[in-house]
Design a protein around this ligand. Structure first.
Ligand code: AMP
Length: 188
């Protein structure tokens, strides 16, 4: 997609998210307000606008891609990250939960509120020197994004930016991802 279209999509994206991302209180557990993106996915114009906006940090000033890969985090990250990769005309690399990828993997673990999670990437998914745009739906505590960055770097790649639909600023994920450039299309 041409850069001017993408830029207008960035301007649109905040309104689209406010209108089409639904708050679901007490899901999956009491006290959590779940950000449900399914109404957004069901709206072709809204979906197209956020995909274009999420791709923007993967473009230079001239609108051309400055990344070699898009990597996204299971599962909602895949729904957003795959069309972002095609928008940028670059490859897509899935970051999956432990035990799902059939080949040799790098793995990274991170703390959850209760317990621990592990994510993996194929060792040959990201090549040394690859510049990578990371995509997910929500930045919450930042643990997932930090672990995904670690996987890219262990593969010899570099994360150029993290692009998310929504940043939950009260959970301070921005501090956890440290110097990683963040593009969030909306902040609550
Ligand atoms: P975190 O590691 O805490 O930043 O959590 C990020 C991951 O958890 C993302 O992959 C999100 O899909 C998911 N997530 C966390 N909090 C929410 C929420 N309130 N609504 C929807 N997804 C969430």
């Amino acid at each position: 997609m041409a850069a001017p279209d993408a830029r207008s999509a960035v301007a649109e994206a905040g309104e689209v998210i406010a209108r089409l991302v639904r708050d679901v209180p007490d899901f999956p557990e009491p006290g959590v307000v779940f950000k449900d993106i399914t109404p957004l996915l069901a709206d072709a114009d809204g979906f197209r606008a956020v995909v274009a906006a999420l791709a923007e940090p993967g473009r230079g000033h001239d609108g051309r891609p400055v990344v070699d890969k898009v990597a996204a985090i299971e599962a909602r990250g895949f729904i957003l990250g795959a069309p972002v990769a095609l928008d940028l005309d670059v490859g897509f690399v899935p970051v999956r939960k432990q035990g799902k990828l059939p080949g040799e993997t790098h793995a990274a673990s991170y703390a959850l509120e209760y317990g621990e999670a592990t994510i993996e990437v194929h060792q040959d998914g990201i090549l040394p020197g690859d510049r990578v745009l990371l995509v997910d739906d929500v930045l919450a505590t930042g643990g997932t994004a930090r672990a995904a960055r670690e996987l890219v770097e262990r593969s010899g790649g570099e994360v150029v930016a993290l692009a998310v639909l929504l940043e939950l600023s009260f959970l301070s994920g921005r501090a956890v991802i440290e110097d990683l450039r963040l593009t969030s299309l909306a902040t609550v």
